[in-house]
Write a protein that binds this ligand. Structure first.
Ligand code: FE
Length: 328
């Protein structure tokens, strides 16, 4: 409220929508600013780094949050499984986002997608050496792989996708093969693996596509980025592992109408372009331009798995990762 203004009656008070975001402020604020400029609806954001599900459950029907924005099908599924969401059935939203990037029952809607791929040393890995995810267990990579912990969400989802393509024994053997090929104990995040490649500690690592953009934009990390090629492995007989960032509507949603307007905006071509540009992710809405950098990586084929199937296999995947003690 601006000092000196007269309080307005309830009905004409600024409309608002409240978002709990697991995404970093700099990624989502440009979207909210554009939405507010267009509609006059304020977006209040609380950045929730840890304990999102616990917070939503504790607040229950009294939650001030209308929307939750997060990354990874695992986190979206955890929120839905906690019973704190309601389906998004708005026709504009369902029309804009392809079925494979949203929950069949509308409990979450994908806003961007990203592939989990291999970063490979320009110096020590020939183009075409990385082919499939299966191949990462091949002894030819012995002592050459760096990775963040496999118990982290991104690697659990990848392992769940592997499990969807193979049985438990084969998946376990794959995890054991990767463990045997590690240059060092899993540690750090996706970007620090690329730093390790740059430093000569290993030759390939797993990472999400958009981290290439983040590293290229960082004066310290640009050297790491420039030391690697991006390669898009596939599951044998299928495509590349893809995950999402997305949004869910809380059951409480005190500003449901405004929340739906915001989701409609987020899936619009205008917002999708901002989103894709800001974080170098793939737009969820077909026909929206990829950022120049993302476009430079070329086309790839996404695997045919349903994200909800990946989510369902997550506990089994995590159990195998722990059995193999990949991070140990
Ligand atoms: Fe990330």
């Amino acid at each position: 409220m601006i000092a000196g203004t007269v309080a307005l009656p309830e009905a004409v008070l600024a409309q608002e929508v409240n978002v709990y975001s697991h995404r970093q402020p700099e990624l989502v604020q440009p979207l909210f600013d554009a939405f507010t400029a267009k509609t006059g609806i304020d977006v209040n954001v609380a950045f929730v780094d840890k304990g999102m599900v616990e917070r939503l459950v504790a607040e229950g029907a009294r939650s001030p949050a209308d929307l939750v924005m997060t990354v990874d099908i695992a986190r979206l599924a955890q929120i839905v499984d906690a019973g704190v969401t309601q389906p998004i059935t708005d026709p504009v939203v369902l029309e804009a986002v392809p079925a494979e990037l949203r929950a069949p029952d509308g409990q979450w809607i994908g806003l961007t997608s990203r592939a989990r791929i291999v970063y490979a040393s320009k110096e020590r890995v020939a183009q075409g050496d990385v082919t499939t995810y299966e191949d990462l267990a091949d002894p030819k990579w012995k002592g050459r792989i760096c990775t963040r912990p496999f118990t982290d969400d991104y690697n659990v989802a990848l392992t769940a996708a592997y499990l969807a393509h193979h049985d438990e024994d084969a998946t376990k053997a794959w995890l054991e093969g990767i463990k045997a090929n590690l240059a060092r104990k899993p540690d750090g995040n996706d970007r620090s693996q690329v730093k390790s490649i740059w430093a000569g500690e290993c030759d390939i690592s797993l990472g999400n596509t958009y981290y290439m953009g983040q590293m290229l934009a960082d004066p310290e990390q640009i050297e790491w980025a420039n030391s690697v090629n991006l390669t898009f492995p596939v599951f044998e007989g299928d495509g590349t592992h893809v995950n999402v960032s997305g949004v869910a509507m809380t059951q409480a949603a005190p500003n449901k109408e405004e929340a739906i307007q915001l989701i409609e905006f987020l899936v619009s071509a205008e917002a999708q372009e901002i989103y894709a540009e800001t974080n170098n992710e793939f737009p969820a809405t077909p026909g929206v331009k990829r950022s120049e950098l993302v476009a430079s990586w070329g086309e790839f084929t996404a695997n045919s798995l349903e994200l909800t199937d990946i989510a369902a296999l997550r506990p089994a995947a995590l159990k195998l990762i722990e059995e193999v003690d990949l991070d140990g």
